[in-house]
Each structure stands twice: as structure tokens, then as C-alpha cells.
Design a binder for this molecule. Structure first.
Ligand code: ARG
Length: 264
């Protein structure tokens, strides 16, 4: 099945506020390097045959580059994000406008906080939804009703892994990679019992945002610093494609955060 994603150039990307433990205002972004790293991910997608759509970046919205938080799109239906932090709320109307201009007609604003695909990943026909930091557990019921899909709620307990996509990555219907230390016991059990094959990332690789990855067919695009994970992926028959993400890591982001899947 072909894949289409939405990306946003890092023209205005920087660390202008601190809303997760990775962000430090004095730790400025090297904008040129960020652009190169972003372009490299973009070009990897093109080479893999992934179609890339673009949304224009907007000044004053430095985190808009993280399009994973711009919504959740399944069957061309869009659930918009309701951000916890005031600093990111201005992104929602920008994404809403893009979806409307691009022909999406079923668009919903959630009642409760929900940070898009950053907190909700799809495997098989099941939605895995995170809560505990950004998205509200109450939003999960809204997802279930809107998309008419089963939802498995996963509780995040480690502030360094504040979005589900920082610590959990389904690779195909039966395989997941995740960092157990980011989840409460019941959520770890739910993950292990749902997937046939479970790849556990070390704390080191998780901290290097190796789980913030995008898989397509057998390929997995991820941080070049998550070296053990590269080997684990190879051992399970996947093809890791390593790419640098140092500038985005300063903001608590990686490959996946820069990518929103547009599922028709
Ligand atoms: N600085 C951003 C924030 O804290 C990073 C978002 C990363 N996005 C993601 N899907 N995990 O909101």
C-alpha cells in the first residue's frame, strides 16, 4: 500500500519556550543544520516512494515543524489537535485550513486535549492512544466514536516520553518496538499481549529518539544514534535507514514527529 505524509519545513523552528524536559531555551537550534536534517528525511521518503505533501511554516509557531501533532487522519477523516500548551494552540487553525484547502471534508475538533498522531498510532485496525502528559484519556472515547475503530489506551509515566510516538512504534500489524520504562504496568502488558513480536529498546536508544521512527514496507527510518536498535531491527528482518536528528532532538522530537501520515 502506498503511503502519503504531511511535512512542514523548519524555517521558523527554534527553542522559544520549554514545554517538555528536552527543551532548554539557551540550547538554540542551528537552523541550517535543521534544514539539512529535515531535507534528508524528506529525500529518504521520496526515495522510498512515499508521497510528501507540504504545509507552509508560519512565523511564531516554532513547533509547527512537528506535523505529527497536526491531527490524526484515517479514511480521509481528520481529528484536529487540541493542544495542552498555549504555545502550540495557534497551530490548530493552520492545520485546519490546510485540510480544508486540500479537500478533506470530515474534520472534527476534539472536546478534550489530543495531540494528534503524536499520541495515537495505528496498527492493524487498532488505534493505540497515549495519555498521561499531553492528550487526555477522555479524548480516546472521541477517537473511538469518530473513527469507529477499537482504541487501546496506554498510560505514559515518564515525562521524557511525553508523547506516545517517542516510546512506541508499530512496524507492521504484528510487530512493535517500544520502551517499557515509559509505560505503566498495565500498558506494558497490553502492548505485549497485542503484538506477536515485540522489540524492546534500551533506555539509551529510547533517549536518542530511536523509537520516533517511520516504517514503510520493510524499511524503518530512524535516528542514526540508536545503534543497538538498528541491529535489533536487522535481526527481525527490517531495513533500518539511519538519519541525523540532533536539532529536532533539542525540542523533544525526531523523525516521526516531523511526519503526519495522510491515510486515504
Ligand atoms: N517541542 C514539541 C512539543 O513539546 C515537540 C513535539 C514532538 N512531537 C511528537 N509527535 N512527539 O510539543
Amino acid at each position: 500500500m502506498s503511503k502519503k505524509v504531511l511535512m512542514c519545513r523548519p524555517d521558523f523552528f527554534d527553542i522559544e519556550y520549554e514545554i517538555n524536559p528536552w527543551m532548554h531555551k539557551e540550547n538554540h537550534v542551528d537552523r541550517e543544520l535543521a534544514e539539512r536534517q529535515w531535507l534528508q528525511i524528506h529525500d529518504i521518503y521520496i526515495a522510498l516512494g512515499i508521497a510528501v505533501e507540504r504545509i507552509d511554516p508560519v512565523g511564531g509557531l516554532p513547533d509547527m515543524v512537528f506535523t505529527a501533532n497536526g491531527g490524526l487522519v484515517i479514511d480521509s477523516k481528520v481529528m484536529l489537535p487540541r493542544f495542552l500548551n498555549q504555545e502550540r494552540r495557534g497551530e490548530t487553525p493552520e492545520f485546519e485550513r490546510w485540510f480544508k484547502l486540500n479537500g478533506y471534508t470530515e474534520i472534527q475538533m476534539p472536546e478534550h486535549n489530543f495531540e494528534g498522531e503524536g499520541d495515537c498510532l495505528f496498527a492493524g485496525d487498532t488505534l493505540f492512544a497515549g495519555h498521561g502528559f499531553r492528550s487526555d484519556l477522555k479524548a480516546h472515547a472521541e477517537l473511538k466514536a469518530f473513527f469507529a475503530k477499537p482504541v487501546i489506551s496506554l498510560k505514559l509515566i515518564n515525562p521524557h516520553f511525553y508523547h506516545l510516538d517517542t516510546c512506541f512504534c508499530p512496524l507492521d500489524d504484528d510487530t512493535v518496538m517500544f520502551f517499557p520504562g515509559a509505560f505503566d504496568d498495565d500498558s506494558q502488558k497490553a502492548i505485549r499481549s497485542h503484538f506477536k513480536t515485540v522489540i524492546e529498546a534500551s533506555p539509551r536508544d529510547a533517549e536518542r529518539f530511536g523509537l520516533n521512527a517511520v516504517s514503510y514496507n520493510n524499511n524503518v527510518v530512524l535516528s542514526n544514534e540508536a545503534e543497538d536498535l538498528h541491529q535489533q531491527l536487522k535481526d527481525h528482518g527490517f531495513n533500518p535507514i539511519a538519519t541525523p536528528i540532533t536539532e529536532f532532538h533539542k525540542s523533544g522530537g525526531g523523525v516521526k514527529c516531523l511526519t503526519l501520515e495522510l491515510r486515504a
